[in-house]
Design a protein around this ligand. Structure first.
Ligand code: FES
Ligand code: FES
Length: 133
């Protein structure tokens, strides 16, 4: 089955590729792997600590075209969202937007897991900062 135009677009022109400093306290990092295929996705968010709104996002994905497209799409979608809104993102929304075929659904699940992990990492950093204060 051929990739959809949107997958090809995100694959050829991926948005927001790169990394933030993992130690930055405004950054949350999610790193997840897909057991089915061994692909790995790192997704990072940069959060405004005052408002709790995600201002920027980056990703690095070692994987298939659908995984790269899913992570690229998610970095665009989460900008301007609150942490809770971002964590509520569903892989089905990603799969629908990119018209992923059934065998590629796990690629969008990887992106959902990665954004959830990034939000949790940010929250964990800030809870421990509060606890230590
Ligand atoms: Fe993920 Fe092919 S199985 S790259
Ligand atoms: Fe495994 Fe796409 S992430 S084939």
């Amino acid at each position: 089955m051929a990739y959809s135009d949107k997958v090809v677009d995100h694959y050829e022109n991926p948005r927001n590729v790169g990394s933030f400093d993992k130690g930055d306290e405004t950054v949350g990092t999610g790193m997840v792997g897909a057991p089915a295929c061994g692909d790995v996705m790192k997704l990072q968010i940069k959060v405004n600590p005052q408002t709790g709104v995600i201002e920027d996002a980056r990703f690095k994905t070692y994987g298939c075209g659908s995984a790269i497209a899913s992570s690229s799409l998610v970095t665009e979608w989460v900008k301007g969202k609150t942490l809770d809104e971002a964590a509520a993102l569903k892989n089905s929304e990603i799969a629908e937007e990119l018209a992923l075929p059934p065998v590629k659904i796990h690629c969008s699940i990887l992106a959902e897991d990665a954004i959830k992990a990034a939000v949790n990492d940010y929250k964990a950093k800030h809870n421990s900062a509060v606890a230590a204060a």
